[in-house]
Structure formats: C-alpha cells, structure tokens
Design a binder for this molecule. Structure first.
Ligand code: AHG
Ligand code: MN
Ligand code: MN
Length: 346
C-alpha cells in the first residue's frame, strides 16, 4: 500500500476543519493545482518551445512581459473562471480586475489575487520561478465580483500559497491552520504531501537582499546589512548572503532553512517594489503560519490598508528573530516618515 497522500486527498481531509464549508474552497485550491501543473509543464520545456523572451508587451508595472508570464496568467484565469468558485481575479499582469461572470460562478463566494509568474527575469536562465496566490471571501453580496472585494487587509485572507517551479515543482499553502508543502510527482502527475506542517527556524544565518541597491537603502537597512556582515561568534555572524531574484525561491529557501528576505524602499523604487495584494500579503500569511514574521520595517504586512489594487510596499520577511532585529534597526536609524513621505498612499 502506498503511503502517498495527494493534494486532492489532503484538501478533502482538511475540509472538516471548516464545519460550514461546502467544499468551494477545496475546489478552488484544486483548480489552482491544475493550472500549476500546466504552467510547470511549460516551464520545463521553456528551453525547447518558443516561449522564451519578451512577448513584446509592457505590463502595467512598466516591465517587459515574458511569454511565460502571459501563458501563466491565461492558464490561471482559465482554471479559475471555469472552476466556478471565483467571481473575480486580480493579477499582476492586468491593470483592472477580471470579473468572472458566467453561469457557474454567479454564486461564487471567493476572489483570487495572483502573481502568475514571479521571478520572470529568471525564465531565460533556467532559474526557479513561481506563482503566488491569495484567496479572500467576497465582501459584495452577489453577482459579479467587484474591486471592493479586493480592498481587504491581509488578515482577512482565507487561504494563500505559492508554487515553485524549481528542480522539482512544489505547491505550498495555508488556510490559517499551519503550512503544508506538496511536491509534484511527475510519474503520476499529482502533488504529494512531502512537507507536512512546515515551520521556519526562529533564527538563522542567511540574509537575502539585492545589495546592488545598497546606496539607495534607508539607513536602518544599511546598518542591518553591516550587522549581518560583522564577526560575532555568539550569533554566528557574519551571516551568508543568498539572493536569487525570484522572491518565491528566496522565501521558499528561507522558509525551510531560515533566513530573512528584505526588499526595502530604494530611491529607484520609493514605495518598495513588491505588491501588497498578490505578493506580500500571501507570502506574509504563509510565513506567519510557519512561525515567522513579515513587516514593512515598522508595521505588520497583513494589517496594512489596501488602497490601490497594485499598491507596493517594502517587505521584511522570514525568521521571527531576524525580522525583529532588522525592524529594531529601522526603528533606531530610519523613520516611518521616510515611507510616508515617499508613499502618498501610505
Ligand atoms: P515579478 O517577476 O513578478 O515582477 O517579481 C520579481 C520580484 C521578486 O520576485 C524578486 O525578489 C524581486 O522582484 C527582484 O527584484 P530585483 O531584480 O530588483 O532585485
Ligand atoms: Mn512577483
Ligand atoms: Mn510576476
């Protein structure tokens, strides 16, 4: 008898955690799993098929859109629209929300926010990329989903997760009762429970930040980086620096091994680079559920107010003690005014 537990079996088993659930959330997670497998198939043949390079468009963040971004976006939108459990989708690749307005979804309870392909600058070079998703219960009563359905704090997330298309493909998600990781077994085409109840080390020795932007960092971040590089046997410093440039991959490694990932404000990205709705909030939910911490340097990520669909925020995320220490440097050397001054929506 095989002891393998598939994602589908696990989701059904966990449905009893939600006594009033009618299985909608389970079906939504199933739909995301299906789209992930299709995207993974395309990522795996990225060197073979003609899907490398730019699709010739600029997305609403002003970045080149790679063909695989477009493909992933389409796959997730299709799976979520056809699945019937989601009434609107917000995607990094679309300026406005996508209203799902078909017969099957007219009573759908949920909205989904996603970054369909995270780390897209790494597609061409065979380095891990990912998908991030975040699920909210709609606040509108019925009919098609609305913009307002997405203007909720991260604390209201019902579920969140990411898929990492790495040396193996993994799906990691939480519904607020711990974090579980599933590895795709390509021989049977199923995500199988491989990392039950994931916990991140409270403290660790890895820091992940694009140090090329050093001169543009707030003083608190500069001082923290210097602290990471100092010699101190008691705290195992100097720490190691690891930065892939795919947030999902950096944060996944740090989730397992421990570490801190920082994307602060810089003069190039005065509001921070990462997006609150479909990057920072879902990653924060997962990391908090795994025992870690996520803040913007001063405030808990999941308590930030959502004021714009594609709102950006600085992000400090990872092992609890490391994020606390980094925040203490921010409190000592930087001012929250730096964020407010440069961030008119903060
Ligand atoms: P995306 O590919 O969805 O635009 O996200 C990329 C993000 C994040 O994944 C990564 O950590 C960061 O941007 C890298 O930014 P820099 O190249 O500025 O370091
Ligand atoms: Mn991203
Ligand atoms: Mn992206």
């Amino acid at each position: 008898m095989s002891k393998v537990k598939t994602l589908g079996q696990f989701i059904i088993e966990k449905q009893s955690d939600f006594p009033f659930s009618k299985g909608e959330l389970s079906r939504l997670l199933r739909d995301i799993g299906i789209a992930s497998k299709i995207v993974n198939r395309e990522v795996n043949k990225a060197g073979l098929a003609d899907i490398l390079g730019d699709a010739g468009e600029i997305n609403i963040q002003g970045e080149n859109v790679k063909k695989l971004d477009v493909f992933a976006n389409e796959q997730f939108i299709a799976a979520l629209s056809l699945g019937g459990e989601c009434c609107a989708i917000a995607s990094e690749e679309n300026e406005d929300i996508i209203i799902v307005n078909n017969e099957m979804s007219k009573n759908a309870k949920y909205v989904v926010a996603m970054d369909p392909l995270d780390g897209s600058s790494n597609i061409d070079v065979n380095v891990s990329v990912g998908t991030i998703f975040s699920i909210y219960r709609r606040t509108s009563l019925s009919g098609p989903g609305t913009n307002e359905d997405f203007y909720q704090r991260g604390t209201e997330q019902v579920a969140a997760g990411y898929v990492i298309y790495g040396s193996s493909c993994m799906l990691v998600y939480t519904t607020g009762k711990g974090v579980n990781g599933f590895t795709l077994d390509p021989s049977i085409g199923e995500f199988c429970l491989s990392h039950p109840n994931m916990q991140t080390p409270k403290s660790a020795v890895t820091y992940s930040i694009n140090e090329g932007n050093y001169v543009h960092f707030p003083l608190g971040v500069k001082k923290y980086i210097k602290y990471c590089q100092e010699e101190d046997d008691d705290t195992s410093r100097p720490y190691s620096s690891r930065y892939i440039g795919s947030g999902v991959a950096d944060i996944h490694r740090n989730l397992i091994k421990g570490g801190i990932y920082i994307y602060p404000i810089t003069s190039k990205s005065p509001k921070g680079k990462l997006r609150l709705l479909y990057e920072c909030n879902p990653l924060a939910f997962i990391i908090e559920q795994a025992g870690g911490k996520a803040c913007d340097g001063f405030n808990r990520i999941m308590e930030l107010d959502m004021k714009e669909l594609h709102q950006r925020t600085p992000l400090f995320i990872g092992s609890y003690d490391m994020v606390e220490t980094a925040s203490s440097f921010m409190a000592k050397y930087s001012s929250q005014d730096e964020l407010i001054m440069t961030n008119p929506i903060a």
